[in-house]
Unconditional design. Structure first.
Length: 393
């Protein structure tokens, strides 16, 4: 098939700035380049780092870049905002990106349009002469509570979701749904397997410490505040330390958010037992994770998937997490899964259980490594393309 992929309009593909969705697209493009399954054109925002990227040399994957930053792009976006009034489905900058992409798409002849994590794009595609519209969801963006859910659902031919949790959410629109497929996410597990731990001393930890690691964005939903409160509850266990990897956004924090200020304030009484690394480049994440004895992913919202869960498993860490969204699908049977109600006490009990039972940690570590093999990027891409089979017939 000739497929056009519409990206988010925020981060570029190839994923030179990271991004979960963007990395997943890269995995599929690498697989397609190797196996030559389809002729694919990716519509992406431009970025200076892309200029000499090896992905551009593919004969089956093509790229159409749209400039959305810089002086002239800012003027064009403002003109677009004035014309459309900012009353469209997404932020006007994203809508501008989509508008520019559609101008090019209208001149081409694609068999299918694949919409990446932006179901609202379908509203502008449904009246086009496009044989097949596919939605790929990394998040819970299509259910009975979102605007125009019925129009979006009816116009789509296939909806690929990153977890059964998201698939269930789509089925609130149609309980008899036959459009949905679930394809669990993947990561580059070999990168995690091969990485060696950094010496603990680089972040001020000692060899004899019992280290808990949290990795992810420092936001309310991720449960980091609850984990800090758990550390306060465990204040008498002086050898237990917490390593916090991440910032409030996808890059280094420029100004602390109100949540970060609250987090720092509550950490102050036990600051000698908590290490904040700030933003860490993704390439170094495995080596930071492997400094720890266990990982805790205390998600406080219905997490659609939870890549940090897979990353912790691929680092060979015993894992404690919450019963949230799609997380149990990833690690049921190999992790300690606690309920979010009474979360601080639940986390404390689970941490002490692993702290006091090294043999259990060893068993869970082996189980984590084995389970993580299910989420290899090659497996993900293979399953993703398998979900497309039969559409062109």
């Amino acid at each position: 098939m000739r497929i056009a992929i519409l990206t988010s309009g925020v981060l570029p593909v190839p994923a030179v700035q990271g991004g979960a969705v963007e990395n997943l697209i890269d995995f599929c493009l690498d697989y397609n380049d190797k196996h030559r399954l389809h002729d694919i054109t990716v519509y992406s925002v431009s970025h200076p780092l892309i200029k000499d990227h090896p992905s551009l040399k593919s004969v089956v994957n093509h790229f159409y870049f749209i400039k959305t930053s810089g002086f002239f792009a800012a003027i064009k976006k403002r003109i677009y905002l004035r014309k459309h009034g900012g009353k469209e489905y997404y932020h006007y900058s994203v809508e501008y990106f989509l508008n520019q992409a559609l101008k090019h798409i209208n001149k081409m002849h694609y068999d299918a349009i694949l919409v990446e994590n932006r179901p609202g794009y379908v509203l502008k595609l449904q009246h086009k002469t496009i044989p097949i519209i596919i939605i790929h969801q990394e998040n819970d963006y299509l259910n009975k509570s979102v605007p125009y859910y019925q129009e979006i659902y009816d116009a789509s031919h296939l909806i690929i979701n990153t977890s059964e949790y998201i698939t269930r959410q789509v089925k609130t629109i149609n309980q008899s749904d036959i459009k949905c497929r679930t394809v669990l996410n993947g990561i580059d597990i070999q990168h995690f397997f091969k990485s060696l731990p950094f010496p603990r001393e680089i972040v001020g930890l000692k060899k004899e410490d019992f280290v808990i690691v949290f990795s992810g964005r420092l936001t309310k939903d991720k449960g980091i505040l609850e984990l800090v409160r758990t550390m306060a509850l465990l204040k008498n266990f002086v050898s237990i330390r917490l390593l916090i990897i991440g910032a409030s956004a996808y890059g280094q924090d420029e100004q602390p958010t109100s949540f970060i200020k609250k987090l720092i304030y509550e950490s102050e009484p036990i600051k000698d037992r908590i290490v904040f690394t700030g933003f860490i480049d993704y390439k170094e994440i495995p080596s930071y994770l492997k400094m720890a004895d266990i990982a805790v992913v205390p998600s406080m919202w219905e997490e659609p998937f939870g890549l940090t869960v897979v990353e912790a498993m691929a680092a060979g860490l015993p894992l404690i997490t919450t019963r949230s969204g799609g997380i149990p699908e990833i690690c049921e049977g190999v992790a300690t899964i606690v309920e979010r109600e009474n979360i601080v006490n639940n986390l404390a009990a689970a941490i002490l259980d692993l702290y006091q039972h090294p043999e259990k940690r060893e068993q869970m570590s082996a189980a984590s490594l084995e389970r993580s093999k299910l989420f290899d990027k090659e497996t993900y891409a293979k399953n993703f393309f398998a979900a497309l089979e039969g559409l062109e017939k």
